[in-house]
Structures are given as structure tokens and as C-alpha cells.
Design a protein around this ligand. Sequence first.
Ligand code: GUN
Length: 292
Amino acid sequence: MGKLINGKEFADTLCKKIATEVTKLKDKNIKPGLAVVRVGEDPASTVYVNMKAKKTEEVGMHSVTKILDEKTSQEELLNIVEKLNQDESINGILVQLPLPEQINEDSVINAINPDKDVDGFHAINTGRLWSSIDSLVPCTPLGCKMLLLNELKDLTGKKAIIVGRSNIVGKPMAALLLAESCTVTIGHSKTKDLENEVKKSDIVVAAVGVPEMVKGSWIKPGATVIDVGINRIEKDGKKKLVGDVNFDEAEKVAGAITPVPGGVGPMTIACLLHNTLIATCRKNNLEIPKFF
Ligand code: GUN
């Protein structure tokens, strides 16, 4: 039976450390501020944005939530982003995705001041990440990297596969694991014999958005499995939250594995607060605290 990687506990500890740093900033009259923008009423986005605001306040940061109508135009949203770019009380800006179809996501992401881009999605931050220059790193992959380092200590020479090639998780995860000297494969819907690619891997990061797609029989015995998926399904007439990995099968084979829920999910918000703190320190020319 593989060890359970407790992301919730790790995230709670990280949030406590962040709260301590926020208290230290108070003595310098600095209060980190995070603005989260939601457009429309997507139920999952509503839950995530509310959770982000709650956690931001819990660590002592200034939290601003902007909720805009589903019909908001791109120009209106760009104006709001520009106001937040100019707002001295705001150190981090996050526009919750997905956006309604009348809005071009890339235009909005790239309108955010890269120094306030706590999602790490701006093309400048993407380029910096792939060039191994200090940058704001996308929260979910950053959280996965922290869990992997905590578990394995050194990732050098490990064979890692990421299943999924999204801009939010798959691609930045590949950059982070490459920087840790892993040999990295990105698997996706067109990969030939994905099962065999996964079987060769010491580290599996599943971020494909297909419920329980990665089977236990695909996992190399002893491998470390990080499941990014959060899928709501109905099983035996009951509503259930499952990942992209078949947990019941995989936990019998893996050396260590994240559960869903309680694995990667809580790390994403903790890393958002981490990024907001870093952006605040950079702006004020203060030393960047190291947490891992
Ligand atoms: N939607 C799902 N995940 C994310 C995320 O990490 N950031 C933003 N902005 N939107 C998301």
C-alpha cells in the first residue's frame, strides 16, 4: 500500500508560515493585497473564488473580489485589470478562468502587470520559467513540485511523465521538473502507447481532466503519483469527487500517492498566497522568504 501524501496538512503548514511573514511585513507597514476577478456564475469558479478570498484573509492579507456580469465585454474587463495594475494596495491579480466566450483569455492574461501575475500565466512569466529566470510560477504545478520535493527530497535523474499539456498545469509542470533535472515526458491524447510511457516513469503527474483515466496497472511499482484532477462524477447512484488516477488501484502499486480531495487541491491556494507574498516582497525590495 502506497504512502498517502497529505496535501491538506502541507498546505496548512505553508499557510501558517506565510501568515508569519505577513505579520513581519505589518511592522514595515506593508500589507500584501490580492485581487480575484470572476466573470459570470460558473459554479466551480464561484466555489474556488470564495475559497481564495477566505484563505487570503485568514493569512492576514488584503483581499479584493470583483464579480462581473456574464455579459461583461473584453474592454470592460481590460479596464478593470488596468485599474488593478495601477492600484498600489494590490500586489497580486488573478482573473479566474474559464472566461465567457466573448472574452479572449490570452489578451486578458497578458494585460496583467507581469509583476502582479500571481497565476504565472503571462507570456513574460512563462518565458522566464522556461529560461530558469526567477518568475511567478503557476500555482498548481508549484504545489505539485513542493509535494514531490518533500516526498523524494531530490528529483535528479528521475523519469517523470506529465499526463496533460495545458498551459495551466502540464507545460509549466514540465519546466519545473526539467529544472529539477528530471527526464521529462509530456503525454497527451495523441501519445502512442501512453500506458507504456507511464509504466516507465518514477514520477507521474496526472493533469488531463478525465476521471480515473490512469489505471493502477499503468503505475510502476514504487512510483510517486500526483493527481491534479478534480472530477465530479456519479458512481453507484452517488455523487463523488475523483481524480484523473484510479486511486483504489494505484495506491496498491505506488510508493506514494496524493488523494482526491486533500492532495493537490489545497496546495493551489496556498501557492497563490505564496506568490502574492513573493510579489509583495519583490515590489518592496525585501528578501524573498524560502519555504521549501
Ligand atoms: N481555473 C482553474 N484553475 C485556475 C487557476 O489556477 N487560475 C485561474 N486564474 N483560473 C483557474
